[in-house]
Design a protein around this ligand. Structure first.
Ligand SMILES: NC(=O)c1ccc[n+]([C@@H]2O[C@H](COP(=O)([O-])OP(=O)(O)OC[C@H]3O[C@@H](n4cnc5c(N)ncnc54)[C@H](OP(=O)(O)O)[C@@H]3O)[C@@H](O)[C@H]2O)c1
Length: 350
């Protein structure tokens, strides 16, 4: 099979670097172009990343000599992953979609647009159909598909089997979010060392709104929000990678802890599609009472799983548990790549 050429917009940032790492030797996609701001453009990726590569020992060999371009819709690859800062992503992504490109975006700008899928392949693959409406509404040749906020994605994956099997009425989530979630250089070291910051601008609103859309249903060419209550509290903590989320839920049907664990372990709706980035188990349930922990568990299933532990009764709502997930892999670049793989098998990249 000929690989599909792809580009990465925002290739120099925290999420962009993950794309470079995860696309190395991808069986279906070949990264041929990287783009970033004017200040990074014009040099090779290796030159522009001197002192800025943050996620592993070395920049993968295949990407070193790629020339960094500006984020203008004159790239040769018609499929682009966007890891752009949200201050510019909105317009740039629209510009690409208008000009016929397929944009898989990590940014929040278009996530809540009515005709843009906020896609998690295990949860709402049918929402992809909205791109047909999007192209029609906007008279675009291309389209935009988004993946959720890095906190929302992990507990939403865990909520899906609960929604399907027992019904959801109320969800409360408190996050402890890693530093890499704020991009580079992110929070100043003197602000976060020995500290927890109980505020991340706009995050709680995003997590609440996105959850209702992700778990909503597609009817009459519209995504109808899920009708349960969600309340989020988001905190920045002194951890490199991996968001930890304490979640309590009120369910419609009565159940017990064993049934909840069973529903999570059995949850694997993508099994038959064999997508290259799909984790064997999207939800990994841990038994140890002091897990999951970011340092130990963020790389389970190569960072593509949502790891759950401490499933127990809650004396206010019904049940509570802890979810952990890698924020720049399944919470960002890995999620986008999985979305693109789903688009490929569903014929959206032809
Ligand atoms: N970090 C996470 O865990 C995470 C998770 C989910 C979603 N996201 C979202 O993903 C996006 C990227 O996040 P990040 O953490 O990787 O941010 P980041 O480290 O700050 O990187 C931002 C990227 O945007 C580029 N950029 C900035 N201004 C630009 C301009 N005017 N024109 C073209 N390119 C420009 C930067 O290029 P230069 O280097 O050339 O400035 C860089 O490549 C954001 O929208 C963020 O909200 C992040």
């Amino acid at each position: 099979m000929d690989k599909i050429p792809v580009g990465v917009l925002g290739a120099t940032g925290m999420v962009g670097q993950r794309f470079i790492q995860l696309l190395e030797d991808h069986p279906w996609f070949k990264l041929t172009e990287v783009a970033a701001s004017e200040k990074s453009a014009g040099k090779t990726y290796e030159e522009t990343m001197k002192g800025r590569w943050r996620i592993s020992n070395e920049i993968p060999e295949y990407a070193r000599k790629l020339k960094v371009k500006e984020c203008k819709p004159n790239l040769k690859s018609m499929m682009v992953f966007s890891a752009l800062d949200s201050s510019v992503a909105g317009e740039v992504e629209e510009d690409f979609a208008k000009n016929g490109y397929i944009v898989a975006s990590n940014s929040s700008n278009h996530r809540m647009d009515k005709d843009v899928p906020l896609l998690i392949p295990e949860i709402n693959p049918q929402h992809l159909e909205m791109v047909k409406i999007q192209k029609k509404n906007r008279k675009w040749k291309g389209f935009i598909v988004t993946n959720p906020n890095c906190t929302a994605i992990h507990f939403n994956i865990v909520l899906k089997p609960l929604q399907d099997n027992f019904g959801l009425e109320k969800v409360m989530i408190t996050s402890m979010q890693a530093l890499s979630g704020a991009g580079y250089p992110g929070v100043a070291s003197l602000d976060i060392l020995d500290n927890v910051i109980p505020y991340i601008g706009g995050e709680e609103e995003k997590v609440e709104a996105e959850t209702r859309k992700i778990l909503g249903s597609l009817k009459d060419n519209e995504i109808k929000n899920a009708q349960f209550y969600v309340s989020a509290q988001c905190n920045r903590v002194n951890v490199n990678d991996g968001h930890t989320e304490c979640v309590s839920v009120k369910l419609t049907k009565k159940t017990d802890v064993d049934e909840i664990i069973k529903s999570m372990k059995n949850f694997n709706p993508l099994r038959s599609l064999n997508l290259p980035s799909s984790p064997k188990n999207p939800i990994v349930v841990m038994k140890e009472e002091n897990r999951p922990q970011p340092k130990l568990d963020r790389n389970v299933e190569k960072g593509m799983a949502s790891v759950v532990g401490r499933i127990r009764k809650c004396s206010i709502l019904d049940y509570k548990f802890v979810v952990l997930g890698h924020n720049t892999i399944r919470g960002a670049a890995g999620a986008s790549i999985l979305n693109a793989e789903l688009m490929k098998v569903k014929g959206y990249l032809e």
